[in-house]
Every structure is written in structure tokens, then in C-alpha cells.
Design a protein around this ligand. Structure first.
Ligand SMILES: [Zn+2]
Ligand SMILES: [Zn+2]
Length: 283
């Protein structure tokens, strides 16, 4: 909620003319309570969980030979009811755990200083903050995920996420409720350590979800932007291998990048596997 009576008052407070984006933000957010703005994150998560996997679902259902060559595990075909069941299960956990967690985190976001005010952050500020969030999340996710692969962690919690040995986009957030909570912590750590504007906060969760859907999609396209633009990016094939091996997996624990697995030696299985692959199989 912005405490300005009108545009002139906002410009006087900022000390300059507002940009177009800032005027839009002023018009949109001025009369909305901060909790409502924070609540938007739940709507975005719901939308992106629901919409981002749809193109992959369509690809899976049309079974085009041209596209099928980019499928990582081509022998496994998913049906509509298969994928819809996964979506329904994800929505149940979303309504019972992920959504309430977002609501409960509101006082924390206020306390750590996620701001809704003007001026809006510059493009560079957003860019660097998002980079920091990705790096912090990736590092912490690596160690928590590794812990989830201990006997206790796997049998009690993580086995649910690994029900999909051939991942699909909808399965990205498919997990035990405790895992949503445990792996949710690294997502909040970045914004907690480097708090920014709520738009950056929204963008962070949206981008992280899109990345998770892509890495669980079951397809690796040569034109995937993320593959070429982001340094040390793991991608779909990297995480697919982690699911393919299942409970015995001791490889590829990182969520986004490959450097943690490289540094701590947990990509050896994957590298060995890749070296054994014959063309046109899984590689
Ligand atoms: Zn795992
Ligand atoms: Zn996964």
C-alpha cells in the first residue's frame, strides 16, 4: 500500500518524475494492502504450476516423430489421465501446504524488508538480486536434497517425488508435504538475505517454477534458451537422470546449476553414464 494521495505526492516523495512503469505500479498498488500484494504470489504459483506444463503435455499427447527425438526417455509414453492425476495431486498439496506456507510467510517478508514502495528497482538491481537468489537456492537445495537421499529422508519423505522415474512437467512440484516445506526454505533464503522489491520477489518464484517445470519436462530441445544463456545450467537431461536412477541416485542433486555436483563429486555417476551411452538412446 502506497501512502501517496496522488501522482504529484508520489513524485514529490521520490524526488523526480515517475517512469511509466512506476505510474502503473502506483495506480495498481496504491490502494492495495501489502498482504494482498504478497498474496499475488499464490496466484502466480497456481497459474504457472497449471499453465507452464501444458505445452509439454500437448507435445506428449500428439506424439509427433519430429518432436519425439527430443524426448529424453522415448520408450515411456504418458496418457492424459496419467498427467491429470499428477496435476490433481500437486493441487492438493498446493492448497494444503504451499499456499498456506506463502500466507504464513507474510510477516517474515515484512520483517526482512521486502518492499512494495516506490521507486521501482532498476533492471540491473532486479537482475543481480535474481542471480543471487538462484545461487543461494541452488547451493542450499543441493545439501537439503542430498540429505533427502539418506535412507531415512528417502523412505519417509523424498520417495514421493521419485515416483516419477520419467518426469513430466506437472511432476516438478509433486512431492511429500514435508519436502515442500524443507525445499521451500532455500527459496526464501535469498530474498531474506538480499531483500528487494516485491516485484523481484514475485519474479523469483515465477522463474524458479518455470525452470523446475522445464527440468522435469522430459524433453531437451536444442533451442532451449536456458541451455545456452545460463552458465553451468543443468537442464532437463541433467535432472532427468536423477529421476531415472531413482532411489539409488547419488548423482545430480543440484536444482539449477551443475557446479555443486562437480565440486562435491556427485556427478560422477552421470558422467560415467553419459560416456557409456550409445547415440540415439538417452543422449
Ligand atoms: Zn532426489
Ligand atoms: Zn525432480
Amino acid at each position: 500500500m502506497l501512502e501517496y494521495l496522488n501522482l504529484e505526492a508520489a513524485e514529490a516523495a521520490v524526488g523526480r518524475k515517475l517512469t511509466v512503469w512506476e505510474e502503473l505500479w502506483l495506480n495498481y498498488s496504491a490502494k492495495k494492502h501489502d498482504f494482498i500484494l504478497h498474496f499475488h504470489n499464490i496466484l502466480f504459483l497456481f497459474l504457472f504450476y497449471s499453465l507452464a506444463p501444458l505445452p509439454y503435455m500437448w507435445i506428449e499427447l500428439i506424439q509427433s516423430k519430429k518432436i519425439n527425438k527430443y524426448k529424453i526417455q522415448p520408450k515411456v509414453q504418458r496418457t492424459f489421465s496419467d498427467m491429470f492425476k499428477c496435476y490433481k495431486d500437486v493441487m492438493k498439496t498446493f492448497i494444503l501446504v504451499a499456499g498456506p506456507l506463502q500466507i504464513l510467510s507474510y510477516p517474515t517478508t515484512k520483517w526482512i524488508g521486502i518492499r512494495t514502495s516506490l521507486p521501482l528497482p532498476s533492471k540491473w538491481e532486479m537482475f543481480w538480486q535474481l542471480c543471487v537468489y538462484f545461487i543461494i537456492e541452488d547451493y542450499c537445495h543441493y545439501w537439503m536434497h542430498r540429505w533427502l537421499h539418506t535412507k531415512w529422508g528417502y523412505e519417509k519423505i523424498h520417495h514421493v517425488h521419485h515416483e516419477y522415474t520419467t518426469p513430466i512437467g506437472f511432476a516438478a512440484p509433486y512431492a511429500h508435504w514435508a519436502e515442500i516445506f524443507i525445499l521451500g526454505i532455500p527459496s526464501f533464503l535469498g530474498p531474506a538475505l538480499v531483500p528487494g522489491h516485491i516485484i523481484t520477489y514475485w519474479l523469483w518464484f515465477i522463474l524458479r517454477q518455470l525452470e523446475a517445470v522445464e527440468t522435469h519436462s522430459g524433453y531437451e530441445f536444442p533451442w532451449s534458451l536456458t541451455k545456452w544463456v545460463i552458465p553451468f545450467y543443468g537442464g532437463a537431461k541433467y535432472h532427468d537422470y536423477h529421476h531415472y536412477v531413482g532411489s539409488r541416485s547419488r548423482s545430480n542433486f543440484a536444482s539449477v546449476f551443475t557446479y555443486c555436483d562437480y565440486i562435491y563429486g556427485t556427478d560422477k555417476g552421470y558422467r560415467h553414464y553419459k560416456s557409456l551411452l550409445v547415440p540415439n538412446k538417452r543422449d
